[in-house]
Design a protein around this ligand. Sequence first.
Ligand SMILES: Cc1cc2nc3c(=O)[nH]c(=O)nc-3n(C[C@H](O)[C@H](O)[C@H](O)COP(=O)(O)O)c2cc1C
Length: 317
Amino acid sequence: MLRTALTDRFSLTAPIVGAPMAGVAGGRLAAAVSAGGGLGMIGVGGAVSPEVIQAEADRARAGGKPYGIGLMAWVLERRPEQADAVISARPDLVSISFGDYGRWVGRFHDAGIPVVTQAGDVDAARAAAGHGVDLIVARGAEGGGHGHDRVGTLPLLQGVLAAVDVPVLAAGGIATARGLAAVLAAGAAGAWIGTALLACPEGDNTPAARKRIQAANETGTVYTRLFDVGRRIPWPREFGGRALANEFSRAWEGRDDELAADEQAQRQLADAQQQEDYDLGCLYAGQAVGLVTEERPATTLVTELAAGAEELLRRWS
Ligand SMILES: Cc1cc2nc3c(=O)[nH]c(=O)nc-3n(C[C@H](O)[C@H](O)[C@H](O)COP(=O)(O)O)c2cc1C
């Protein structure tokens, strides 16, 4: 069994965290990741109520394994009740990313809940260490969903490992045993995986979305703000998201401001999303999407990633 600072701290058998993915990672996916020996996380989006947080947490907790909940710092400024709901749910880990997360660290620590945040460059990782977080995710530009696109995972991971003493998880582009072995060999305490889980049947995404994910290849993504602008989701400007490129992203490329004023295009996007029409609608995914070619239960995926990485690392030891 692979042992790292991550597995020791949370009594895991796989050095893997299932990324909190709003709209995809609910309690069911989190429990399935945890059942595979990793630490599954629930992703909480901007519109999620305290009641839903509690219900998803109950679902994750029912698996009897450690799990976590992921919040967005810019949302907490508008909806601090999400933080209260997480504190009363008592997960084993909370992640807070995207915005001024530092002011929340003490509150979660006072409640006995460890805190992790995602950093997209070395300075951000140093700042996270200064805020006293328990784990830092070095999250590279190839990752799916929101984040920064400044630095790729490998140069970022090397820089962050050299800069901080806090255990570091690697994220962005990791979807196979080879990827997991590589970041562990570099010194990461584990991998934080999102895109790799997008074709798991336990996710809250749709079967049509899972099919699209399996069909896409590694060149099929784009880093953009268009889908947030088009859906009027008030993400801070500094954060774009990596999504599957499609007709909508190609038509509006470089025209964020125009899209912000075009109500007809916004309606078209909203309709497409509702009708699961992903030629126009948004599907967040990272470059590892090219490695996701079949629907596989998350428990199996996590178990196999860890066993495969262990085997690869043994070959070199
Ligand atoms: C569909 C999707 C939704 C995401 N939602 C969130 C979220 O709600 N909160 C968060 O902190 N990160 C979110 N992320 C980013 C992940 O935490 C992580 O940075 C990313 O998935 C890692 O790269 P990978 O996709 O290559 O594994 C999301 C990613 C994806 C693909």
